[in-house]
Each structure stands twice: as C-alpha cells, then as structure tokens.
Design a protein around this ligand. Structure first.
Ligand SMILES: [Fe+2]
Length: 257
C-alpha cells in the first residue's frame, strides 16, 4: 500500500514537472495545511492591527513610527496591505531588534510558524528546481538555486490586505522578479494566470497544494527555454479581507540581478 502511494506521489510530481515546463504553471503537493498559514496570519494581524497608519511596525504597543519588520505597501490607496517577509536570516534580525529580552508572544508564535512555512516552500522549490535541472543540466539551475547567496533571498511573503472599501482590482497583470514563484495560500480566490494561448486561468487554492510558475529570471537563465508566466489578482468585492502567502524563489547571479 505504502509503495503504491509513493509511486503515485512520484507520478504526480513528474506530471507536474512536465506541465510546469511545457505550460509554464502546475500544481504540486506540499506539506502545508490551511491551518499552517492561518497560524501565521493571525499573530501577524494581531501585531499590525494596533499600528494602523504606521508605515513599519514590529512592536504592537509602539505609538511612534517604527522601522520594523512589518511594513505597509500602498498602491494609490487601493490595495493597502501589511506584509511580513520570512527569510533565512530573519531570526538574527529579530535578535538585533529585540536583543535577548522577553519578546512579544505574537512575535514568537509568528516567527515559529512562519519558519515552518518558509522551510517547506524552500524544500519543495528546491525539489522542483532539481527535477528541472536534471532535464536541462546545461544551465546549472540547481547549483545556483541552492547556493547560499540565492537562498538568502528566498522569501515567504505573508500579505494581509486591508478590507476592501469598494470593489477593486488587487494587482494588475505582471511578471514576478523571481526565478520561480510558489503561490501557497489565498483566503479568497482571485489569482489568475495567462496561459500560453493568452487564456485567463483561475488558480484556486487547494489545501495541501501549491501553484508554481516562473518569474523573469527563468527565461534569462535558460535562454528562453523556460517561460515566465504573466499573472494577476482579480477584482475583489467590498468587505472582503484577503490574505495571501506566496514564496519567491530567487536566484543570485550578479550580472542579472
Ligand atoms: Fe506576482
């Protein structure tokens, strides 16, 4: 029974790799539940909620402007949101910021839980890049991807949009700057991708799965053999508060940074 499951998993993975290379996007299994993401979004919202109006914040009690690890991203007042990036060195940043004193409990919970999400994203993306590399070894993609200089840039972005005050479009069509992007979670549908025939494909969140597509670095590193996928986030309705957690699998190569 177990062997059968393992074979099925291997088959699914290979099918997704094939789709990713041929179509530019595919869905993969990942060891992350909806709860894993919510366990990050909740403490993050607790921390940022008390700091509405600030550009940065780390300390929920702060009344002063705080250049912290959480920041506001604004686009013409329309898709205002709080973001938190979990990257490899984040714990050192926390230590720099707070020293060895008693840290806020929500911060500790967020840090712990986002570490797991980041680790699973990095693990899955490395597995995917390794499989792609074995099919086109001439580009050295896997070595580049697992290089510590690249890994230092690879981030899980936790995004909590403000509740929509009116009906609006979150993000217009664009390409990511990454090599590979994993779209891990969205609390409300809206993400779409433009396929190679120019058709708009809805990418719905399915628990335990992740959507994967390439960013601008992929064609640059492979002479166009891999193609970046244009995507965006649809209109969302008044009253909707959207959460999303993508992972940007960056690659460090100075000449094309
Ligand atoms: Fe994007």
């Amino acid at each position: 029974m177990q062997t059968k499951n393992l074979n099925k998993q291997k088959e699914d993975f290979e099918k997704s790799i094939k789709d990713l290379i041929e179509k530019g996007y595919a869905e993969f299994n990942i060891n992350l539940t909806k709860e894993d993401f919510i366990r990050c979004m909740e403490p993050m919202k607790q921390i940022t909620a008390k700091n509405h109006g600030l550009t940065y914040c780390t300390d929920p009690e702060a009344e002063e402007h705080d250049r912290g690890l959480f920041y506001r991203s604004k686009n013409q007042g329309k898709d205002d949101k709080w973001c938190f990036h979990h990257y490899e060195n984040i714990e050192n940043e926390f230590h720099k910021k707070f020293g060895e004193g008693v840290w806020n409990n929500d911060l500790l919970i967020l840090l712990n839980n986002s570490k797991k999400v980041h680790r699973e994203f990095q693990k899955k993306s490395s597995e995917i890049v390794k499989a792609i590399d074995s099919l086109m070894p001439e580009f050295g993609l896997y070595d580049l991807y697992i290089n510590p200089m690249s890994q230092a840039f690879q981030v899980a972005r936790f995004v909590a949009y403000d509740e929509a005050k009116e009906r609006f479009t979150v993000a217009g069509r664009h390409f990511d700057q990454s090599f590979i992007t994993l779209q891990g979670y969205q609390s409300h549908s809206g993400l779409y991708l433009i396929d190679q025939q120019g058709k708009k494909i809805k990418l719905e969140y399915h628990e335990g799965k992740v959507w994967v597509f390439f960013g601008r670095k992929a064609p640059l590193l492979t002479g166009g053999k891999l193609t970046a996928s244009e995507h965006g986030v649809n209109v969302f309705e008044k009253g909707i508060q959207r959460d999303a957690v993508p992972f940007f699998g960056h690659t460090y190569r100075p000449e094309i940074l």
